[in-house]
Design a protein around this ligand. Structure first.
Ligand code: HEC
Ligand code: HEC
Length: 389
């Protein structure tokens, strides 16, 4: 490097201050303290926080795992609506269904019956598809209240269990037992109707004298079709309606298309049909057909009733798209009034605008096809002779 007078700056100017000035121009003096965050960045951060909070507030779905379960999620879970002012609506649309509450209670059953209701071979019987779970509501409630011991057959002769299930009447309230029963009836392919708290209360009263755990033989003495008195006190073998009766939503559903029937229909749709046909009736592509504007929904009520009663078997073409699954019949699970209500609900929603259906249409169809044991095929449905129309 050049030194002395040969240095480049010396040649131009010997003034030291000027030399320093040129150096200082290049690098500004660093400031000693910190600069505040720019205002715009503060604004962006605040905006992001507000957005995140709002997003979470709208979409938290009660932090329920069900929100992301395609078979259980519903718009009602994702976008909870403020309760309607009418007292009746508020009672019918309680924030959590029994089955949702039951999910928590099932934690007490899960060690034995397993998270997916399969049980443990040879030790704990399955609840999925079990005839004890999906069959007589009275037997199921009896089992939960008092427990079960000794040999029991679940899902056919080869699956015999001989264990011991403790009674739950001491540790679970009527509501919790109703919730657990409703939950297991709605999971793992089970699609039996829920059991109300009032029914459990009635059963607790009726079986008050039963001290020991049930044996299978004793349970089988309860008739398969025995029902428990619900809120309205209908079909009440035991004296008097339960005190909790008024709390549960009543379900008259006898008139055609009234608000009650629609609400009842919606409830049953959301319990049974929703798993396959989805909350908005659109079905699932290539698996479950839509109920939107199809002739089977909007055509002859008798045919629609027949479909719900006996189910369908593929192949099926809807809107030019093929489906090939089985829809299970609901004749065992739903009463005529409930089927009429579901039909009325479907026919008045999802873009459909067909008229209401009265229960006697379903009663007549049930009678007419009483001997039929197989699901319908599409050719049969398309050749429908509707003498009621
Ligand atoms: C400690 C293990 C255990 C727990 C906990 C338990 N169970 Fe069971 N459960 C059994 C056994 C064992 C049987 C079969 C009893 C027999 O062999 O007589 C049974 C039978 C049943 C049955 C009738 C048979 C069937 O598979 O359908 C139902 C329904 C049932 N349990 C539901 C429940 C529910 C609901 C809960 C939770 C509230 C629960 N169980 C908790 C062990 C248990
Ligand atoms: C387990 C799934 C499942 C459930 C639950 C179910 N369906 Fe279906 N449904 C199907 C399938 C699958 C088909 C098409 C038949 C086929 O592929 O064989 C079908 C067909 C139909 C059809 C005729 C075709 C159409 O799209 O119009 C109607 C109507 C119908 N279902 C109504 C109902 C109603 C109402 C309920 C509730 C009571 C219900 N389904 C419950 C699976 C189901």
């Amino acid at each position: 490097m050049n030194q002395g007078p040969d240095r480049i700056d010396y040649r131009e100017s010997a003034d030291i201050t000027e030399v320093h000035a040129s150096v200082q121009r290049e690098k500004p003096e660093p400031s000693a303290d910190t600069t505040p965050m720019p205002l715009w960045l503060t604004g962006v951060c605040a905006g992001a926080m507000v957005w995140a909070g709002t997003y979470f507030g709208v979409f938290h779905g009660g932090l329920s795992a069900n929100v992301y379960n395609e078979y259980e999620s519903s718009p009602a879970v994702l976008f909870p609506q403020p309760q309607k002012a009418s007292g009746k609506g508020a009672a019918a649309e309680a924030p959590q269904s029994l089955a949702q509450i039951g999910k928590g209670i099932y934690a007490q059953c899960v060690t034995c019956h397993q998270p997916t209701g399969t049980g443990v071979a040879g030790q704990f019987p399955p609840l999925a598809k079990s005839e004890w779970v999906n069959g007589s509501e009275k037997r199921l409630v009896a089992i939960l209240l008092k427990g079960l011991q000794g040999p029991v057959t679940v899902l056919g002769a080869k699956n015999s269990y001989s264990g011991n299930m403790v009674p739950w009447e001491g540790s679970l309230s009527d509501k919790k037992i109703a919730a657990a029963a409703s939950y297991v009836r709605s999971q793992w392919g089970n699609a039996a109707p829920e059991i109300s708290e009032a029914k459990v209360t009635a059963a607790r009263k009726e079986f008050a004298g039963q001290k020991a755990q049930w044996t299978e033989a004793e349970l089988l003495q309860i008739p398969e079709d025995a029902t428990l008195p619900d809120a309205a006190g209908a079909a009440a073998p035991a004296a008097g309606a339960a005190p909790a009766a008024q709390a549960a939503p009543a379900a008259p559903a006898s008139s055609g298309g009234g608000a009650d029937q629609l609400a009842e229909g919606k409830k049953n749709y959301m319990m049974i049909c929703v798993a396959c046909h989805q909350p908005t009736g659109t079905g699932l592509p290539a698996v479950f057909p839509p109920l939107v504007k199809t002739p089977y929904v909007n055509g002859a009520p008798e045919r629609f009733a027949a479909i719900i009663l006996k189910g369908n078997a593929g192949p099926f073409t809807i809107d030019g798209k093929p489906f090939n699954q089985i829809m299970p019949g609901q004749e065992g699970a739903l009463t005529d009034g409930k089927i009429a209500a579901v039909m009325t609900f479907v026919r008045a929603n999802f873009g459909n605008t067909s008229g209401p259906v009265t229960p006697d249409v379903v009663t007549a169809a049930r009678k007419k096809f009483a001997d039929r044991t197989t699901p319908w095929t599409q050719p049969e449905l398309d050749a429908w002779k509707d003498d009621a129309k």
